[in-house]
Write a protein that binds this ligand. Sequence first.
Ligand SMILES: Cc1cc2nc3c(=O)[nH]c(=O)nc-3n(C[C@H](O)[C@H](O)[C@H](O)COP(=O)(O)OP(=O)(O)OC[C@H]3O[C@@H](n4cnc5c(N)ncnc54)[C@H](O)[C@@H]3O)c2cc1C
Length: 249
Amino acid sequence: MGPHAHSGKRRGMQRDHYDQRRALPVAAPLGETVLLDVRGGAIRADRAVAALAGALGHRLVAAEVVSLHPGRDDVTVATSEGVWLARRAVVCAGVDTARIARGIGLELPIETGCQLRATYAVGEAVAGARLACLLDRRGPDASSYAAPCDDGRLYTVGLGSSEGELRSLRPTVAAQAPPRVAIQRTSQYVARVLPGLDPDPADVRLRWPAKLASTEDAFATWEQGPVTVFAGHNLFKFAPLLGAQLASP
Ligand SMILES: Cc1cc2nc3c(=O)[nH]c(=O)nc-3n(C[C@H](O)[C@H](O)[C@H](O)COP(=O)(O)OP(=O)(O)OC[C@H]3O[C@@H](n4cnc5c(N)ncnc54)[C@H](O)[C@@H]3O)c2cc1C
């Protein structure tokens, strides 16, 4: 490689670094193999759920479904708030979907993982600025995902590598050991890769997504007479579209 090629490459790297600083000023130099999504952001889940629930109005009943009993042309739905005879039922109960499906004789290939998201305060110098989402597949913390929230005052980070450690945590079992190692590892990642954040987490959350064993981001339906069962991964953004399609006869 001659001197021109060298300086050309250096200029290119400086330019990359400049663009990265503009898109995500809380980050250390990231090299060439991360994805910065400048138009991405966290879904405002509370608002989305409130809007969808509001559209249903008084037709929405909050109840625990205890069991389903499909017949040939209808299905009996036994719940904590009453028993309904319905023409159809659509089951999408997140991590509980597999258990409910088993009750009507369907064995689904669903895996339940555990994801940890830790949220960090953005340093004063850039708090409130527009920050890109970061997808980082380099190194031992493969598949780290991070996104701004609270109008750029907080930044939330999840490491794909902590999913293995958290596998034994169950949503229904109380008094389990807190996931200290996974939190520590996330904060170490923040100190190294996102030094513009306060590495002491402001908030930590655990969530249990249902994944189809086949592929990341896959979703599928199963039918048992008048009952449709639906499950998959990363469904939130598709929910309004999928809900209407699944509910239509
Ligand atoms: C940290 C994290 C980040 C994510 N980021 C994204 C993202 O950026 N984009 C995206 O599209 N998706 C994302 N997802 C995934 C998305 O949140 C889920 O795919 C989606 O919420 C799944 O919807 P669901 O309705 O199948 O299950 P859930 O959202 O789990 O809802 C199931 C509901 O069923 C209820 N239920 C369960 N059992 C019963 C019963 N017996 N009777 C009555 N009700 C019952 C539960 O209380 C719950 O309200 C993320 C998930 C996690 C964990």
